[in-house]
Ligand binder design. Sequence first.
Ligand SMILES: [Zn+2]
Ligand SMILES: [Zn+2]
Length: 260
Amino acid sequence: MPGDQSTMKLTFLGTGTSMGVPVAGGFGGKEFSKEDSKDERYRASAWVQTEESSILVDVGPEFRLQTLRAGLSHIDLVLVTHEHMDHIAGLDDLRPFNYVQEQALPLYTTASCIKAIRSRFDYMFGPDRYPGAVSVDMKELTETITFRDCRITPLPVRHGKLDILGFRINDLSYLTDVKSIPDKTKERIRGSKVMVLSGLRWKPPHPTHLTIPEAIEVARELEVPQTYLIHMNSGVVHEETSKKLPEGIDLSYDGLTIEI
Ligand SMILES: [Zn+2]
Ligand SMILES: [Zn+2]
């Protein structure tokens, strides 16, 4: 039944910032711990499973590797937060899902992200579409929709000057690349059991991302019982940072699966 809160499973496919952790070339990786696998982070993406739905949030550059690692072999719906490449670079790897499922994948996002995907992946669209290219059916998400056993509500947030989306799926609110959250969106998040929220680094402040202390403030204000931080950079060492976080706020890590 739509809205009926059957158990939902969330798998963190990737929890790293735009360059991943460690970054290409090993640059700036002084703090990154080679001993702890929780300090290796693919680009941010999540897989939400309910009884009737398998939902992918964002399709980053490691999407192929993430599917293999997590055993993700079926997608009913794709949600995309915004057009930065760390969230859409893996779109081409949806091809095998098209082949097996024999249909276009529904994809919900913002109008500006639809425009960006059409231009950057031009070979997937229009009269000159490359035969066999990925087939996605893109729609702008502007209001709550019911998708099988999920109620999906767009959560508009600001990522610097860019307007992007988080998503509330039943009792889960997923927000990445956040700098600020408008009051209207805060109201939509309230009452969630779990929130996923980006926290780039401890300090200094960043023009387009919340820091971890700023994310903690947001989590406290919204009174969500459990928050998981994502989109961390290589300066965030899992073990020592985890010790500094207040109750109800944890660092996520790649491969972590929780039930909601
Ligand atoms: Zn990002
Ligand atoms: Zn971004």
